[in-house]
Design a protein around this ligand. Structure first.
Ligand SMILES: Cc1ncc(COP(=O)(O)O)c(C=O)c1O
Length: 424
């Protein structure tokens, strides 16, 4: 049998149809039709005599996160920027940001004229490193943002302690972690605010969407103003045909509302989330067992994690393999064997073409600001090493049956057995 690699023209290890994402549930079509005929496509249209889907989602998601309040928002990026501003961060303030993340971690900070301070990650969890965080705090620091990255929960014990000692709000970015838990409580509920992205690749999605959860009524009220042009949902009775959004003008905002269509889809998806997460975790545990037999190191999570949510499955290649085969070639070889995308992790934000504030005139307020937001001034060795040693794939693959997960382990073995082909 021809055992050469698919990248060298050999047969693919698997010809399976892998699960696709997103996957609609049973309720979505009916709810979408209901929105279409309801006469109200967003909360900034007149009240129609019943709870909007947006209000229903806010209540269901607050419950899901064990938080007192949820403010639905148009995107994860807007949610992060709004959380920062709602916690009092403004122009020129420094915000701690993990150096290994999607560009939104930095762009949301820049979007409120603040300064992202890129901090290195822990070499095992790839989440914000507590010691590096504390070392980066200055008298200008006004907030810490932490991402529960890929499939890990960050070291919240240490980070909450640092935040408390320095009097800083900790904002949990849970864009990758819908349904994850720490010390028995959902992520997002531990700091001053938790933010979520519901963009199309996420574990809970409506195409584009976001949310902020918090127990702090002042933070929630400011977030409401910020996302609805200075308006909040009326607390008292509202009549049919009247505006449910009340113009208080207490804080200026802009429009980052979530439409009724998006909220309806999120309610449908929320019903499926726990079941899907359980399947993913089972498959990930199975794969980790198989891959550790091959000398691979799966992403760790912080002590205290009580539930993992696998947005991406990550595994580090052994040094002796990396000495022969660059990680991008190894990932490419796996993609060719399996028929789904295996990729590197994010490019560190100090060396990422998407993170280039100097390309936008809006940041040219003065030369000193441009120097402060220049990402290349930061050193992120652990983030760099993760980018150069870890391969990853998306969560929907983990919804495949366990015999398909075994194919993934077999593909790693095949590429390892032929690693010299990868290096060419
Ligand atoms: C960690 C993280 N934060 C924030 C975001 C931004 O979310 P959105 O794309 O909904 O604006 C993303 C998006 O992928 C993300 O990965």
């Amino acid at each position: 049998m021809d055992s050469s690699l698919a990248i060298s023209g050999g047969p693919r290890l698997s010809n399976r149809e892998w699960p696709r994402w997103p996957q609609p549930g049973d309720r979505a079509l009916k709810s979408l039709e209901d929105v279409l005929t309801s006469g109200r496509w967003t909360i900034s249209c007149a009240y129609q005599g019943r709870d909007s889907y947006e209000r229903q989602f806010a209540s269901a998601f607050a419950d899901y996160c064990g938080s007192a309040m949820c403010v639905p928002i148009s995107t994860g990026t807007a949610s992060l920027a709004i959380a920062l501003e709602a916690c009092g961060v403004g122009a020129g303030d420094e915000v701690i940001v993990p150096g290994l993340s999607w560009v939104a971690s930095a762009s949301a900070v820049l979007g409120i004229n603040a300064v992202p301070v890129l901090v290195d990650v822990d070499p095992a969890t790839y989440c914000l490193d507590p010691a590096a965080t504390e070392a980066a705090i200055t008298e200008r620091t006004r907030a810490i943002t932490v991402v529960h990255a890929y499939s890990a929960v960050a070291d919240l014990d240490a980070l909450l302690d640092i935040a408390r000692r320095h009097g800083l709000p900790l904002i949990e970015d849970c864009a990758h972690a819908h349904g994850a838990g720490f010390r028995g409580r959902p992520v997002g509920a531990h700091g001053a605010a938790g933010v979520f992205s519901m963009q199309g690749s996420k574990l809970l999605t409506c195409g584009e969407g976001g949310a902020l959860v918090t127990d702090d009524a002042d933070v929630a009220l400011r977030a409401e103003h910020l996302r609805a042009d200075g308006r909040v949902v009326r607390r008292g009775p509202v009549g049919v045909g009247e505006m449910e959004l009340e113009e208080t003008g207490r804080m200026m905002g802009s429009n980052a509302c979530l439409s009724e269509f998006h909220a309806a889809v999120l309610l449908d998806q929320l019903e499926l989330l726990d079941g899907q997460n359980a399947r993913r975790t089972r498959a990930a545990d199975h794969l980790t067992d198989r891959l550790s037999e091959l000398g691979m190191t799966a992403q760790a999570t912080a002590p205290g994690t009580t539930a993992r949510a696998y947005y991406r499955y990550l595994v580090r290649l052994p040094d002796e393999v990396l000495a022969v085969a660059p990680v991008e070639r190894f990932a490419h070889a796996l993609t060719a064997e399996l028929g789904f995308a295996v990729t590197q992790t994010h490019r560190p934000l100090n060396d990422n073409p998407l993170n280039r504030p100097s390309s936008r005139r809006r940041f040219a307020t003065d030369a000193r600001y441009l120097e402060r937001v220049d990402p290349s001034r930061f050193d992120l060795p652990a983030a760099k090493r993760a980018h150069e040693s870890v391969v990853s794939f998306s969560h929907e693959v983990l919804l495949a049956p366990l015999d398909a997960i075994d194919d993934i382990a077999r593909a790693f073995r095949k590429v390892l057995d032929n690693v010299r082909e990868v290096s060419r």
